[in-house]
Each structure stands twice: as C-alpha cells, then as structure tokens.
Write a protein that binds this ligand. Structure first.
Ligand SMILES: CC(C)(COP(=O)(O)OP(=O)(O)OC[C@H]1O[C@@H](n2cnc3c(N)ncnc32)[C@H](O)[C@@H]1OP(=O)(O)O)[C@@H](O)C(=O)NCCC(=O)NCCS
Length: 179
C-alpha cells in the first residue's frame, strides 16, 4: 500500500473543526478520552478499557501515519489547535478479504451532539474518495450505537447488512461507501 503525501491529509479545516496529525504530546489526552467510560458505553469488549489498551490505541493510530502518511486525525477546535476534543479519520483495514478503509470516530462527551463528528467523518470520506479512490470506506459498530451509525450515514456511507458479522453472541453492523 503506497505512502500518501501527508500534505494532502493534514491539517484539514472543516467548518468548525481542525483535523491534524497526532503528535506525541497528544498521548495523555488521548488516553484520557479512550478511558472515559462515557465514550465506551457501546464498547462490546468485556470490562473497562485499561490504560495500556488506551495507550496502544493511540500508538496504533500514530504508527499508521508513519507508515502511510494519513490516518485517524486528532480533532481540535481551531482556537486551541494543541487541544484534543476527539478523533476521526480513516485507516487501512481488510474487510471480507478486500482492502478497505475503516472510518473511526470518538469525541469527548462535552462536545458530542453538535455535528462535529459528522463534519470530521465527512472530511475523511471526501479525502478518501479523492486520494484513495479504489478503496471502499467501511464503518462497523454495535446495533445499539445509533450515534455511530447516524454519523456514518451522514458522512455518506450506506447500511450494508450483508457485511454484518456475528461473533460471540454479538453482531457487528456494517455501513459502507463504494463497496
Ligand atoms: C459516535 C460519536 C463520535 C458521534 O459524535 P457526535 O458529536 O455526537 O456526532 P454528531 O453530533 O455529528 O451527530 C451525528 C449523528 O448522531 C446522532 N446522535 C448523536 N448522539 C446520539 C445519541 N446519543 N443517540 C442517537 N443518535 C445520536 C445525531 O443526531 C446525528 O444524527 P443526524 O445527523 O441523523 O441528526 C460519539 O457518539 C462518540 O464519540 N461515541 C463514543 C465512541 C464511539 O462509539 N465511536 C464509534 C465506535 S464504532
């Protein structure tokens, strides 16, 4: 998978959100966000997220940028570019044996419900279509996570029940664009 020109992918300004490459200085805020139980209500994994798991998530996101020149952004308010109000973006993922881009988002509870995740996810889908046009964009979540499903729909994905996966008594529901 070829390296992207990171200048096309960061920083990106939407109407109200600054989307930028994660930096090492973001790690503690990133870990706090991923540990916040309010952002894990629909997490299908048993038990609370650990600090080690939250740190690993941040490192995986950062590593993807190093490997491919694009990935999941830190979302910040333009007036506070060093801050962190969430994450959104796309990263490589193989789905049903097919190379694809996984759409990810997680926003701080204090800023949810204002359309910011929709702005960020829409920017990710737009850039994916522009710079990685051969790859479908997918999002998967739990049946209960209406906010996640609605964000994906608003960003241009469609519900694709035929891609759903049942495992360990739960269902991953899929949405996709250009599948
Ligand atoms: C998913 C998430 C990023 C959405 O963030 P947000 O800032 O609330 O999103 P927006 O304000 O852009 O709203 C997006 C859509 O979700 C809907 N929504 C937001 N909160 C909702 C809720 N609690 N229940 C149902 N729908 C909700 C909005 O009405 C909107 O739908 P619409 O465009 O059809 O009106 C946020 O809920 C979150 O971080 N959740 C925890 C992490 C997570 O579950 N990530 C997805 C993992 S698969």
């Amino acid at each position: 998978m070829p390296m992207q020109d990171a200048a096309h992918w960061t920083p990106v300004r939407t109407g109200r959100v600054l989307l930028r490459r994660p930096e090492p200085a973001d790690e503690s805020a990133a870990v706090r966000l991923h540990l916040d139980p309010r952002t894990n209500v629909h997490d299908p994994s048993p038990g609370p997220v650990t600090t080690a798991q939250a740190a690993r998530t941040f490192h995986v996101i950062s590593q993807h940028w190093h490997s491919f020149g694009f990935g999941v952004w830190v979302a910040a308010l333009p007036a506070e570019p060093a801050g962190l109000i969430g994450f959104a973006g796309v990263s490589h993922r193989v789905v049903r044996g097919r190379p694809a881009l996984n759409l990810y988002y997680r926003f701080h509870p204090d800023v949810q419900g204002r359309g910011l995740a929709t702005e960020a996810a829409s920017a990710a889908v737009r850039l994916a279509r522009e710079h990685l046009p051969g790859l479908p964009v997918v999002a998967y979540t739990t049946p209960e996570n209406q906010a996640s499903q609605r964000t994906a729909l608003s960003a241009g994905l469609e519900r694709r029940p035929e891609l759903d996966v049942e495992h360990h008594g739960r269902t991953d529901v899929y949405l996709a664009a250009d599948w």
